[in-house]
Design a protein around this ligand. Structure first.
Ligand SMILES: Nc1ncnc2c1ncn2[C@@H]1O[C@H](COP(=O)(O)OP(=O)(O)O)[C@@H](O)[C@H]1O
Ligand SMILES: [Mg+2]
Length: 244
C-alpha cells in the first residue's frame, strides 16, 4: 500500500482539486484507492458527494478504537473510497501530538490489504498532523502556482524538512498555469532546473476544474476531453511510474 499526500503550506493552490482528480485517475487505472480528507473544510468530501462524518469517528480511529468500515464511505467513482473530513478534525492535531512518528501510516495498516494507494488531502498548515504525515507518506505532491510567492513557499517547505532531517521526497508540480502570461512562462522554464524531482506535467488553469464544485465529480467524469482531464491523466501516469 503506497501513500501520497497533496500538501503545501499555501492555501488555494489546487491541493484538493489535484487530490480528487489524481485519486480518480488512479482508481480508473484499476487501483483500489482511499482518499483521506484531512482538511476540516471538507472540500474533498464535498466534491465526491459524501456526507461529512459525525463527530468522534476520526478521533476513535486515531486512538485505534473505531472500525474502518464505520468511517469509510464509497463514492460514485468505481474503486475510490473516501475517509471523510470529520467536523472536529482540527482536534486531530491534538490527538497526533501524543502519538509517535508515522502514526497515520500505522492507523492505515488495518486496511493495508484493501487498498493499493492512499491519498491524503491536507490542510495548508504546519502542525503535529503535518509532521506526522511527513513521516507516513512515500512522497509529498506539492502543487505550485507559477508565482514568486508560491515558489518561496516551496523553498520554505524544503528548508523545514531539511532542518528536521525529514527525508520524505518532495515532488512539486505546476498548476493553475497560464502560458499566455509571461511571468508564468518564465517560472515554468526555471522550475525544471531548480527542482529535479518535479513532475513535468503542468496543470493548466481551466474552467473544467472550477466546475468541479457544481458537478461534484472529478473532471474526467464530466469533461473527459478537456485539457485539464488530459493533464491530470498525464500527471497520474508520471506519479504511477515513480511508484513502481
Ligand atoms: N487547474 C485549475 N484551474 C482552475 N481553477 C482551479 C484549478 N485548480 C484549482 N482551482 C480552483 O482554485 C480554488 C482552490 O483550489 P483547491 O484545490 O481547493 O486548493 P487548495 O486545496 O490548495 O486550497 C478552487 O476554487 C478551485 O476550483
Ligand atoms: Mg484543499
Amino acid at each position: 500500500m503506497r501513500m501520497l499526500s497533496l500538501y503545501s503550506i499555501k492555501g488555494g493552490v489546487g491541493k484538493t482539486a489535484s487530490a480528487v482528480n489524481l485519486a480518480s485517475e488512479a482508481a480508473g487505472s484499476g487501483l483500489r484507492v482511499l482518499l483521506w480528507d484531512l482538511d476540516p473544510q471538507a472540500a474533498t468530501t464535498f466534491y465526491l458527494k459524501v456526507k461529512p462524518k459525525i463527530r468522534g469517528g476520526v478521533e476513535k480511529l486515531v486512538k485505534g478504537k473505531a472500525a474502518f468500515n464505520k468511517v469509510i464511505r464509497a463514492t460514485n467513482v468505481d474503486g475510490l473510497d473516501v475517509l471523510p473530513a470529520s467536523l472536529d478534525s482540527r482536534e486531530m492535531d491534538h490527538l497526533l501530538e501524543h502519538q509517535g512518528t508515522s502514526h497515520l501510516r500505522q492507523i492505515l495498516a488495518r486496511v493495508r490489504d484493501e487498498y493499493d494507494l492512499v491519498i491524503l488531502d491536507c490542510p495548508p498548515t504546519l502542525s503535529h498532523m503535518s509532521e506526522n504525515m511527513f513521516t507516513s507518506v512515500d512522497a509529498l505532491l506539492v502543487p505550485v502556482v507559477p508565482s514568486t510567492l508560491s515558489l518561496r513557499t516551496l523553498e520554505q517547505l524544503e528548508t523545514f524538512l531539511d532542518d528536521r532531517h525529514l527525508t520524505c521526497p518532495l515532488w512539486p508540480f505546476l498548476t493553475l498555469a497560464d502560458r499566455r502570461r509571461s511571468l508564468h512562462r518564465e517560472v515554468i522554464d526555471s522550475f525544471d532546473k531548480r527542482w529535479p524531482l518535479r513532475l513535468s506535467t503542468v496543470i493548466p488553469a481551466a474552467s473544467a476544474v472550477e466546475r468541479m464544485g457544481l458537478e461534484r465529480a472529478p473532471v474526467r467524469h464530466f469533461a473527459p476531453a478537456s485539457p485539464a482531464a488530459h493533464a491530470y491523466a498525464g500527471l497520474w501516469r508520471e506519479v504511477s511510474q515513480r511508484l513502481q
